[in-house]
Ligand binder design. Structure first.
Ligand code: ATP
Length: 390
C-alpha cells in the first residue's frame, strides 16, 4: 500500500514559507499532479516527500509508515528529475541497472578493477538482466542499451531516466517536470508514455508541473498551489468546472475563464446595461440582498450575434479549427485576477475561421448554464443547497 498522507507540512526558507500547512491524502496508485506557477512551492513539496529536503514542521506518511524522519534511501521512492541526471560515462544498460547495483553496494565497489568486476557480475545476473531488458522493451530502448547518453535525443534520455526509476520497483514515483526540456511534439508523446507507465507499473505517482495541459491530461487528481498554499485539491474535472477561487478559474483552461463585473439583484444578473435571468443553479441568490460579484464564464459559453452585451472586437486570433476573438465591452468591466483589478478583454472561442475585424461592433450572448460567481475579492460564491433545490 502506497497511500500518501501529508499533515500540516510546512517548509520555511529564511523566514519565507515555501510550503504552508499542506494537508492532503493521496490514494494508493493515484496519479497526483502538483501544479502551479513558478515559485509556488511544488518542487519543495516533492523534495520533502523524497527526503531531499527536511520538513520544518508537519508529518509525511506513506501507507502506515511515518517517513519524514527517514533518510531518502529508506523511503522506497524513485525520483525522476527534469535534468535526467544520467551518468554520462555509463551505457544506457548500466544507467538503468545502476539502482540495482547500488542496492548491493560495498565499499570496494570503488576500486577500479575489483569494483568493475563486481558491478558487471550484478549486471549479468539473469534476474537483473531480465528486469533491465523488460524495462527497456517497455520504454522502446532495447536498441540503445549499449549506447551512451550523449548519443541519445532528449526524449530517449528521459526514457532512460524513467527506466532507472522503474527497475527499483518503488511504491512511489516522484517526478519533477520531467518533460519540460522536450519540444512540444515529444512532450505529447512522452505524456502518453507516462500515463501508460502508470497504468502498467502501478505505484503511486506524484508529478510536478506548471503546465495545466499536462496536469489535466495526466492527473487523477490535482493539487493547485500558489505561494506555498494549496488553492484546490480535486479531480481535473472538479478543478475545471468548480473552481474554488478566481486564481484557480484563471489558471486552468485556455483561453482562461472570463471574469466580468456584475451585480445580483432580485430582477436578475445585471451586467452593465443588460439584465439576464439567473439560471436555475444560481436562482437562489436572487432572493438574497443585492451584491456585487464577478461572473466567471468560459470562452466557449459565449457567442457572437444576437446577444445582450455590446462591445467591439479588439483582436482576432485564428488557431486552426477555432478563432479566439477578444472583445472590449462597452458598458461593463472585466477582471483578470483575484484583486479584482480590471484587465483583459472578454475572450470568445468561435468555431472555424472568423471574418471579424478589429474595431467592429458586436453583441455577445451568454450561456449561463455552467457560469460560476465569485466575490469581488476572488472567493467562490457557493449557492446554498436548500435554495438550489427550491
Ligand atoms: P519552479 O516551477 O520555478 O521550479 P516551484 O513551484 O517548484 O517553482 P520551489 O522551487 O519549490 O517552487 O520554490 C518555492 C520557493 O522557495 C521559492 O520562493 C524559492 O525561491 C524558495 N526556495 C526553494 N528552495 C530554496 C532553498 N534551498 N533556499 C532558499 N529558498 C528556496
Amino acid at each position: 500500500m502506497a497511500s500518501i498522507s501529508l499533515k500540516g507540512v510546512t517548509k520555511i526558507f529564511g523566514g519565507k514559507k515555501a510550503a504552508n500547512q499542506i494537508t492532503f491524502d493521496v490514494a494508493d496508485r493515484e496519479f497526483l499532479v502538483l501544479l502551479g506557477p513558478s515559485g509556488c512551492g511544488k518542487s519543495t513539496l516533492l523534495r520533502m516527500l523524497a527526503g531531499l529536503e527536511q520538513v520544518t514542521s508537519g508529518e509525511v506518511h506513506v501507507g502506515a509508515r511515518r517517513v519524514d524522519t527517514l533518510p531518502p534511501s529508506a523511503r522506497d521512492m524513485a525520483f525522476v528529475f527534469q535534468s535526467y541526471a544520467l551518468y554520462p560515462h555509463m551505457t544506457v544498460r548500466r544507467n538503468i541497472t545502476f539502482p540495482l547495483i547500488m542496492r548491493e553496494h560495498r565499499w570496494w565497489f570503488h576500486l577500479p578493477l575489483i569494483g568493475g568486476i563486481a558491478k558487471r557480475r550484478i549486471e549479468q545476473t539473469p534476474a537483473v538482466r531480465d528486469l533491465v531488458e523488460r524495462t527497456a522493451r517497455t520504454l522502446a530502448l532495447t536498441e540503445m542499451l549499449d549506447q551512451y547518453p550523449r548519443t541519445l535525443s532528449g526524449g530517449q534520455r528521459q526514457r532512460v531516466a524513467l527506466g532507472r526509476a522503474m527497475v527499483r520497483q518503488p511504491d512511489v514515483f516522484l517526478m519533477d517536470e520531467p518533460l519540460s526540456n522536450l519540444d512540444a511534439k515529444l512532450r505529447t508523446s512522452m505524456r502518453a508514455e507516462i500515463i501508460k507507465l502508470h497504468r502498467e507499473v502501478g505505484g503511486t505517482f506524484v508529478y510536478v508541473t506548471h503546465d495545466q495541459i499536462e496536469a489535466m491530461t495526466m492527473g487523477t487528481r490535482i493539487a493547485l498551489m500558489r505561494d506555498g498554499v494549496v488553492q484546490q485539491f480535486g479531480t481535473p474535472r472538479e478543478i475545471y468546472t468548480d473552481p474554488a477561487n478566481t486564481f484557480v478559474a484563471r489558471f486552468i483552461g485556455t483561453p482562461p475563464m472570463n471574469l466580468i463585473e456584475a451585480r445580483i439583484e432580485p430582477r436578475g444578473l445585471v451586467i452593465g446595461k443588460a439584465v439576464l435571468p439567473l439560471p436555475g443553479h444560481l436562482a437562489a441568490l436572487g432572493q438574497q440582498a443585492a451584491r456585487d460579484v464577478l461572473l466567471g464564464i468560459r470562452p466557449h459559453a459565449l457567442g457572437l450575434g444576437n446577444g445582450v452585451l455590446a462591445g467591439q472586437v479588439a483582436l482576432v486570433e485564428h488557431v486552426g479549427a477555432e478563432s479566439i476573438v477578444s472583445i472590449k465591452l462597452d458598458h461593463a468591466n472585466t477582471a483578470h485576477s483575484d484583486d479584482g483589478e480590471s484587465g483583459d478583454d472578454v475572450m470568445v472561442v468561435v468555431q472555424g475561421y472568423s471574418d471579424l475585424r478589429a474595431g467592429q461592433p458586436v453583441h455577445l450572448s451568454l450561456d449561463l448554464g455552467e457560469a460560476v460567481l465569485f466575490e469581488r475579492d476572488g472567493q467562490r460564491i457557493r449557492v446554498p443547497a436548500l435554495s438550489r433545490a427550491a
